[in-house]
Design a protein around this ligand. Structure first.
Ligand code: MF3
Ligand code: CO
Length: 250
């Protein structure tokens, strides 16, 4: 069952999302070559807590940290460690917060220093596919219109969408129905309605779509070792179209 949210509930999710967006923004300027991924996690936790939020991922199915940090061929769910960030890396930062019992969830992938045109294109295409999906978040459409738009956008650019992980409804839980695959035909699944709050999160590999989960039980890497990017926003479906909750006003 998809739980529809009242305006008051959407506003609480929006507060959680703004905490996440603020922390991710701060991380984008904080991240430097030579830092460990654990330092990024500590900084993220500080930023969420100083805004009055609660880290959403810590303890979720025993996940041990506040932030997921996925470097280069890591797709999602990288566990913060003593691993060092280097010039030229791409780093996925995935963060969630809880405010008054409601969750917000967002992710970005950032380039550290100079990266090649191809890598910049990977980031642009992945973020572009997220917005192509968000644009389908309209009343009257169907859930799989989002999925289809993401896949079409990515494949037109010659990259692969990861199929083993999906986006999700969000609210009083981090993961609610519906699941939102980043692939599939359009015109299927539930009709989109005001009050739905969705976390849309394409993961895109330069190479093939297959992923492998490492022995830590969390870190997913591209099976062919190709670079991978991940962007995520939490959106609300409204009468006036999709509203991106996890984006700060420009
Ligand atoms: N954005 C990811 C997701 O929605 C982050 C979850 S990490 C976890 O699945 F540790 F909380 F699982
Ligand atoms: Co998510």
């Amino acid at each position: 069952m998809i739980i529809l949210k009242s305006k008051e509930e959407v506003e609480k999710i929006a507060v959680a999302c703004r905490m996440v967006a603020t922390a991710l923004d701060a991380l984008k300027t904080y991240i430097k070559p030579g830092m460990t991924t654990k330092m990024l996690d500590a900084y993220a936790e500080e930023k969420i807590c100083e805004q009055g939020g609660i880290p959403a991922f810590k303890g979720y199915h025993r996940y041990p940290a506040t932030l997921c940090v996925s470097v280069n061929e890591e797709v999602v769910h990288g566990i913060p460690s003593d691993k060092l960030i280097k010039e030229g890396d791409i780093v996925g930062l995935d963060l969630g917060a809880i405010y008054e019992g409601f969750y917000g969830d967002s992710a970005v992938t950032v380039a550290v220093g100079e990266v090649s045109d191809e890598i910049q294109r990977l980031l642009k295409v992945t973020e572009g596919s997220l917005f192509a999906g968000i644009d389908q978040g309209r009343e009257g459409g169907r859930l799989s219109d989002i999925s289809h738009a993401i896949q079409a956008y990515v494949e037109k650019e010659g990259y692969s969408v990861v199929t083993d992980f999906v986006g999700h409804g969000i609210g009083r839980s981090l993961h609610e129905e519906p699941q939102i695959p980043n692939f599939g035909p359009k015109g299927q699944g539930p009709r989109l309605r005001e009050g739905m709050v969705l976390a849309i999160e394409p993961m895109v590999n330069i190479g093939k779509h297959q992923v492998t989960v490492k022995e830590d039980g969390w870190t997913a890497v591209s099976s062919d070792g190709s670079l991978s990017a991940h962007f995520e926003h939490t959106i609300a479906i409204t009468k006036d179209g999709p509203v991106v909750l996890s984006q700060l006003a420009a």
